[in-house]
Structures are given as C-alpha cells and as structure tokens.
Design a protein around this ligand. Structure first.
Ligand code: GLU
Length: 499
C-alpha cells in the first residue's frame, strides 16, 4: 500500500435483501477511492450469527456486481489485509479484546439477560438515558478471571468514562459532542465469543488501513464508542463522513412500507444499473452545472466529499423512472437495448420456467401473450372489488394481506414449496379455506382470477416483485391506519410470534 493511500470500504451485514442504502454507501465510497486512485474494499460484517446468511451475502455481492461497483479487495478476491469476512477473523478480535481487558479498559460481565432486562426497565422508568447499572465493572479482575475460568457465562464490556464529553469530527458536520454519561458500557464480545459490531468495525478499519469511513448517518451515535476504542488502542481514527439519510417522498426515513428498498426489485422491474447509479449519485450530490444525467466516470472525475449536502435526499421512484427512460431513449441503439431486454427476462431460461407452468393452459402458441403478461410487467392494474376476500370488507382484506406479507418476509427461501406450506399454515391459523385465502392473491400477483398457478408464479417472479404487488394491493384497498396496523401487529405477534 502506498503511504496516504485513500482507502474506503463498504461493510454490509448480510442479514437480508441488498438494500438501496447499501448501493448509496457503496457508490460514494467507490467514487471517492477512484477519484483519488485509491482502493475500495468490501468487508462482510457477519458477526450476528442468528441473522447473517450466505444467501444474503451472495445477493449483496451479485447486486453490487450488477451495478458495476467492483471492489479491489474483498471476500472472494482476497487482498493484503484479509480475510474480509468477519466470521473468519475471530482470533484477531480475541487478541484485541484480551488486550483491552488486560489493560483495564474492558471487563467481563456476568449479568443474566433477565437481570439486564429488569435493570433496563427500572432505569428507563427513572428517566436514565443509559440502560446498564455497571454492576460487574468493579468486580476485582482476579475474581472475574476465576469466574470465567470456572465456566460462568459472560460477555465483555468496554469501560465508558463516567463523566466528561466525547468530541469528534464529522467531515460534513464538523465538531460533534456527546456526553459520556449518556452512553452505556457497550458489550464488545457476546457470550458466544463473537465480537459485536463496535469492536470488529474499529479493529478492521484500523488493520485494513481505511482512510475514510463513508456510511449512513444512522451510525453517528456509535462514533463515541469507536473513538474511545481507537484511543484505548493508541490508534489514529480514520476520517468520518456520514451520508445524509435517504428519505421517502414524505420526508420520513426511507422504508419498505412506502418504497421498494431492495436493489433486486429495481433490477427485476427493469431499471438499468447506469440509471440507478446515476440516481443514487444525486442523493446529496450534484454536478456543478446541475446536469441530472451523468455517468459513473463523470461522477468520479468531479466528486468531492465536502460537496455532499445534508438536506435529506428524497428517493423518489418516479424520478428514477424518468431518468431510466432517458437512458433507454438516449443511450442505446435498438440492438443494444435488445441485449438488455434479453438479459433482463426475454431469454430461454426464463421463458422455459414460465412455459413449464403455462403449457397446460395453451391451445395455440399465440396464447402465450395473454397468459404471460404478468411476468413481464411492473405495476399491474387492479380492481378493488376483485381483491376482496370472501365475506370480508376492504380493511379486513388488507389486514389479511398484511399478515401474508409479514409471513412472506420471514421466508428464507422463496420457493414454491415454502410458499405453499406458508399459505397452508396461514389458512389453518386464520381459519380461512386455502382457496379463499389465495383468491385475492391471484388478482394481486397476476391481475386475473384465472391465471398461472399462484405459488409457481410467485416463485418465478421472486420475492421482491411478489411482495411489492401485494403491497400495491393493500394500497389499492386503502392503506391501514397507523392505529390499526399497531393493533394488527399485536394480534400477529400473538398468533405467529414463535413461528
Ligand atoms: N455492518 C454495518 C451495516 O450493516 C456497517 C456500518 C459501518 O459502515 O460501519 O451497515
């Protein structure tokens, strides 16, 4: 590595669908590294064993590749500071955790979950902003070591100063201050021996020689803990640059309730990667001549981190569609566009899957057109009356569709077998016959009560498109009020909580 090399990183946790927020952080990190002839690093932060999965990691990697944001170092390709998957770096973290304990900057905590939950409740009631009473902080180190040796379960916590203020710089916001008293003694190693995010991110950013941490604003509150860890280790922290939060058109924080947030949805809907990158590049940044359509290379050439503006950027899907349309009309010859269409869905492999489930309904080849339209459309037109569940009104139907959505979100693998057993389970729990329960789904998914088999169709369309179509159906029926949604959530938790 050259001295003073600009090194940025994307550090996604593989715990779900690839999010547009990940594309946003990736783009800005990538552009800043390339602008400075530096390196862009991909690090997989999979320390949450329950929520992380290899499928999610693969989906994130696929979507970044589709966007064309290639990294210089990362899990598949390696690099000088690997491994780049945190679950493969446990020994490294243990070395640093042991050092913190040995130097008196961290300590084992033996409190049970129950005790911690009780203390948190009590302290919340008393108006305290921190949740832990630091019960184990003063156990003499020798006694603590004995208890550890005897096999008692423990976590490790870092010692946060009891008073004073933490001051740090954010490149876009300047000086930020936070009172130490409001911060808990953060757990840095869990009972399963895995580090928490806070410890791992600091150790890795240091060892991987990251010069600029470019990530979402939601991480600002974690910085004091990180700054303290850098201090404990005697390391120089990187530059912190927290990007403004992406917002829905109503200015609330971007959420999947109001907007598709999975990169896969945009890909499957037929947004071009060039347009999506360009659009994400407009989130808080613009060219000096205010031109809205620009290429990745133009962004690299003109980009300065300091130019990012903090006024909440709005992720307006209509605007993205407008931009995408410009790319389609202005940047491609018919033959080039045809290539894109083939890649997107007009290919043998995709046709074959569809034909498999359609052929039973075809009497001549030209039936194909009418039978398969829903596999190649974005939004489909719906009629409210047709969506209604037997003997139910629009709100009741919406509620059932919402429950279906929540259940679908929990599916690890969106296969027709899994979807079928999910609906079967739902039909029993909700006491609605399967054929009635699926009836509005036919309309929501294919726009037609008589159509291709539902579960196969959802399997082929994939989870993002299927879920968005169900969400559109709920919208069509009239969104549920906040209050109703809260009540429904409670009912859902009690019915499905442990499933
Ligand atoms: N693993 C964190 C995430 O899921 C990374 C946060 C960071 O960039 O420090 O976003």
């Amino acid at each position: 590595m050259k001295d003073n090399e600009i090194r940025t990183r994307l550090a996604p946790s593989p715990t779900g669908d690839p999010h547009v927020g990940t594309a946003y952080q990736a783009l800005f990190g990538y552009v800043w590294a390339k602008k400075n002839n530096g390196s862009f690093i991909l690090r997989i932060e999979d320390t949450d064993r329950e929520r992380s999965s290899r499928e999610s990691e693969k989906a994130i990697i696929d979507s970044l590749k589709w966007l064309g944001l290639e990294w210089d170092e990362g899990p598949e390709i390696g690099g000088p500071y690997g491994p780049y998957r945190q679950s493969e770096r446990l020994e490294i973290y243990h070395e640093y955790i042991n050092r913190l304990v040995a130097e008196g900057n961290a300590y084992p905590c033996f409190c049970s979950r129950e005790h911690l939950a009780d203390v948190r409740k009590e302290r919340q009631k008393a108006g305290s902003s921190s949740g832990y009473d630091r019960k184990c902080r003063d156990i003499p180190p020798k006694e603590a070591a004995k208890r550890v040796e005897a096999g008692e379960e423990f976590t490790i916590r870092m010692k946060i100063p009891l008073e004073g203020t933490c001051v740090f710089e954010d490149l876009l916001r300047g000086k930020i201050e936070k009172d130490w008293a409001s911060i808990d003694d953060q757990v840095i190693m869990k009972a399963d021996g895995f580090p928490t995010y806070h410890l791992a991110v600091v150790v890795d950013d240091h060892l991987m020689k990251i010069s600029h941490i470019i990530r979402g604003e939601e991480w600002i509150n974690s910085v004091p803990k990180h700054v303290l860890l850098y201090e404990f280790f005697g390391w120089e922290p990187p530059v912190f640059c927290h990007l403004p939060l992406l917002r829905n058109t109503d200015k609330s924080k971007l959420s999947k309730r109001k907007n598709p947030v999975s990169i896969n949805w945009y890909r499957k809907t037929g947004i071009l990667p060039e347009a999506l990158l360009n659009f994400v590049g407009m989130m808080g940044w613009h060219l000096s001549d205010d031109r809205e359509k620009f290429s990745l290379q133009e962004m690299v050439d003109n980009f300065m981190l300091e130019d990012i503006s903090l006024g909440g950027p709005v992720f307006n899907v209509d605007k993205l569609l407008w931009l995408n349309g410009r790319y389609i009309r202005e940047d491609f010859s018919t033959d080039e566009l045809l290539e894109r269409l083939v890649e997107w869905g007009l290919n043998r492999e995709h046709f074959r899957k569809i034909l498999e489930i359609c052929k039973g309904r075809m009497s001549c080849l030209s039936d194909w057109g009418e039978l398969t339209g829903h596999f190649f459309s974005g939004r489909i037109s719906l009629s409210k009356e047709e969506l209604l569940l037997k003997d139910m009104d629009d709100t009741e139907t919406s509620e059932i569709l919402q429950i279906i959505l929540w259940e679908l979100e929990k599916l690890d693998s969106f296969s027709k077998e899994n979807i079928y057993s999910l609906f079967k389970g739902l039909s029993e729990k909700l006491d609605i016959k399967l054929k009635y329960l699926t009836q509005p789904l036919y309309i929501a998914i294919s726009g037609n009560a008589v159509s291709t088999p539902l579960f196969d169709t959802m399997d082929i369309l994939g989870s993002d498109i299927s879920r968005t179509r169900i969400r559109c159906a709920i919208e069509e029926l009239g969104d549920l009020s906040k209050k109703r949604l809260k009540l429904l959530e409670k009912k859902y938790d009690s019915l499905f909580g442990d499933s």
